[in-house]
Write a new protein. Structure first.
Length: 135
């Protein structure tokens, strides 16, 4: 499964997104422990293919999957949620992305501190978002 996942990464780098998605699916068939990493790769591939709804759906499913496996406030779950927030940003759903990232950042700051790499990464995500629109 690991070799197939590496192949999927190489295919992504080569711009062969459909093939990368198929390889990621094959890796999961061989080892279900590869599911989260495969879903992350697939979400990014769908963004590059312009299939934004599919990308967001997979990012959301991955965040839910990791939260169910590792617990909703685990470091892994928060990272997956931040990835989902970043996917929302990439598909132009800025307000949803901001709300999610702000909640994640609060939890990360409480659990890991302001200087933890994951906390800083989420803060950078927030900095990349345009200002919130208010009515």
């Amino acid at each position: 499964a690991f070799d197939i996942f590496l192949q999927a990464r190489r295919l992504m780098l080569a711009g062969r997104y459909d093939e990368a998605i198929a390889a990621a699916d094959k890796a999961v068939e061989l080892d279900e422990n590869a599911a989260s990493v495969a879903m992350e790769l697939k979400s990014r591939a769908f963004i590059r293919l312009g299939q934004f709804d599919q990308a967001e759906r997979i990012a959301r499913m991955n965040a839910q999957y990791v939260a169910r496996i590792d617990g909703p406030d685990s470091s892994e779950a928060l990272t997956s949620k931040a990835s989902h927030a970043d996917t929302l940003r990439l598909v132009g759903r800025f307000d949803e992305s901001r709300d999610m990232a702000e909640n994640i950042l609060r939890t990360q700051t409480q659990m890991m501190g302001r200087d933890h790499p994951d906390t800083r990464s989420t803060a950078k995500l927030l900095a990349r978002l345009p200002p919130k629109h208010t009515l």
